[in-house]
Design a protein around this ligand. Structure first.
Ligand code: FAD
Length: 492
């Protein structure tokens, strides 16, 4: 450890900050994680309403089977056994897509587990497009191999050099002559990372799809339990998490980082500071002149993914038991691009005879504009009324698909403003930086900054989701250690 700077401060205790902290603590660094909220976990955290755990940012996970990418990450972090999961797709379906759109006529597609079954399902439903489907599957299989082999992390440089599939997936589908219906099915995986298919780099699309086709899972315990597992693991390795500690400033002298200052005025020193939060938020924490105007300009201009509105409700379990797959209700345009979607999950709840119904849809940002200058808990009655009215509309829509809900009780609904205030994501962006083809250059290498000792981590540096975010942590470790040391010290 002689040549390695010792004290590391990590800003943010989401899965990005905590995974980063565990890796570095395991390598012998003295790690402290600072979290503004009273509880650690960021978007990982679930919350309790009426005795029922409501999920925030983890609804299902991909690639946790032996030898697969997330399993390799969990094994390395030492958390696999402490996070019980159940496999999805054993009855043949992971996701059911219901297309109900005036443009493409109603139809249904089931996303199964496994690449071969997926190919078979596509060919059965789109018999005239066999050759296109084969080409599409060939590139998804290739990405899958690269993903699980972790080619990117062990490559000599630090760029996302696997991006030989940087062109937009929409353009590829156009070139292949894909029909609007097939396009609408293929458009869904890019929506999981918040990017419209027309502008989603093929690699990101394929990575998202491959990760779930490889194997899909649900947490058996809550997101808060998962956060607690990560915190315990960090503590076992000698790391610390300090909550209710909002970082206000990153301390920089002559373009070298020296620590952080909290909102309370207290300063903590560290020769490495890792901000596992959004880069636009980091920019505001830096002193004037700490970075070049060109860097500032690049970061300021980054476009972010949309936000999400979520409803949690409890219903009678006998009439509406758990559904072992997710359901997407999708509306598309004439070309097969997604205009809007609803995500439904029915899960057994902690409360006897009740099912937790969760509905996620786009944030509908304009609805919340009157409250944009307010903070969570201080928005008043009218906001609650608008929120509940919108939640009821979504529940009514759901009843049209699933039948009327017995003993329905709305537990909670949260808006883009909630996400914004909870984790400081700009405008409540759900998946952070928009990983689109049109801003590939502007969003490259986001874990690197112009300030010595200051790095970024979290969902914004590489890709969102648990896989993307933890991969981002490893990629920031690679940047700190250098590719050769990384290869020597980190065996995944
Ligand atoms: C509604 C929703 C559903 C999702 N569903 C899934 C899913 O099913 N599967 C999946 O894999 N992914 C899913 N995701 C994505 C996944 O949750 C995220 O990619 C991931 O959790 C991001 O982790 P992070 O550490 O980068 O950020 P965050 O979890 O946002 O953590 C950042 C942390 O930094 C803290 N912080 C911010 N500013 C400061 C400051 N100044 N000082 C101190 N602390 C600070 C915040 O409070 C927060 O705790 C979902 C996301 C959303 C929003």
């Amino acid at each position: 450890m002689n040549a390695i700077p010792e004290k590391v401060i990590i800003v943010g205790s989401g899965v990005g900050g905590l995974s980063m902290a565990i890796i570095l603590a395991g390598l012998g660094y003295d790690v402290t994680v600072l979290e503004k909220n009273r509880q650690p976990g960021g978007l990982l955290r679930s919350y309790t309403r009426d005795g029922i755990e409501c999920a925030t940012g983890v609804h299902y996970l991909g690639s946790l089977d032996k030898g697969q990418v997330l399993r390799k990450f969990f094994d390395y972090l030492g958390i696999t056994d402490a996070i019980p999961v159940s496999r999805m797709g054993t009855s043949g379906v992971i996701d059911r897509y219901l297309f109900d759109s005036p443009n493409t006529h109603p139809f249904q597609f089931d996303l199964p587990a496994g690449f071969d079954t997926y190919e078979k399902n596509l060919k059965k439903d789109f018999p005239a497009e066999q050759a296109i489907i084969e080409q599409i599957l060939a590139s998804i299989r290739k990405t899958s191999e690269q993903l699980h082999a972790l080619d990117y992390l062990y490559a000599a440089d630090n760029d996302f050099s696997l991006l030989d599939q940087a062109e937009s997936y929409g353009e590829i589908l156009d070139q292949l002559g894909c029909s609007p219906r097939l396009r609408s099915v293929l458009a869904i995986p890019s929506s999981w990372i918040g990017v419209p298919v027309a502008d989603c780099p093929a690699y990101y699309h394929n990575m998202a799809l491959a990760s779930y086709l490889s194997s899909s899972w649900r947490l058996e315990q809550s997101g808060s339990d998962m956060a607690a597992v990560l915190v315990d693991r960090l503590k076992d390795l000698g790391g610390k998490v300090i909550t209710s500690a909002e970082v206000d400033k990153i301390l920089v002298t002559s373009r070298v980082v020296s620590g952080v200052q909290l909102k309370t005025g207290e300063c903590l020193t560290g020769s490495i500071v890792i901000a596992a939060i959004h880069p636009q938020v980091v920019l505001k924490m830096l002193p004037d002149g700490a970075v070049k105007p060109s860097y500032k300009n690049r970061i300021t201009k980054i476009k972010n993914t949309h936000s999400i509105f979520t409803v949690h409700a409890r219903i009678d379990a006998e009439s509406h038991p758990e559904i072992p797959h997710n359901i997407f209700q999708v509306e598309t345009d004439k070309k097969g691009n997604i205009n809007d979607l609803r995500y439904y999950q029915f899960r057994k709840s902690e409360k006897k005879n009740t099912t937790l119904l969760s509905i996620l849809t786009s944030g509908n940002d304009e609805l919340w504009i009157p409250w944009k200058d307010t903070l969570t808990g201080h928005r008043g009655r009218e906001y609650r009324e608008v929120k509940n009215k919108y939640a009821e509309k979504l529940l009514n829509e759901a009843e049209k698909i699933f039948g009327s809900f017995k003993d329905l009780k709305l537990l909670d609904a949260y808006t883009p403003l909630t996400i914004r205030d909870w984790v400081h994501s700009p405008d409540g962006s759900a998946y952070g930086v928009l990983r689109s083809s049109s801003q590939t250059l502007g969003t490259a290498l986001l874990n690197r900054t112009a300030v010595k000792g200051l790095y970024l981590a979290g969902q914004n540096v590489l890709a969102p989701g648990l896989i993307g975010t933890i991969m981002g942590s490893f990629s920031t470790v690679k940047l700190i250690l250098g590719p050769d040391e990384f290869r020597k010290k980190i065996s995944l």
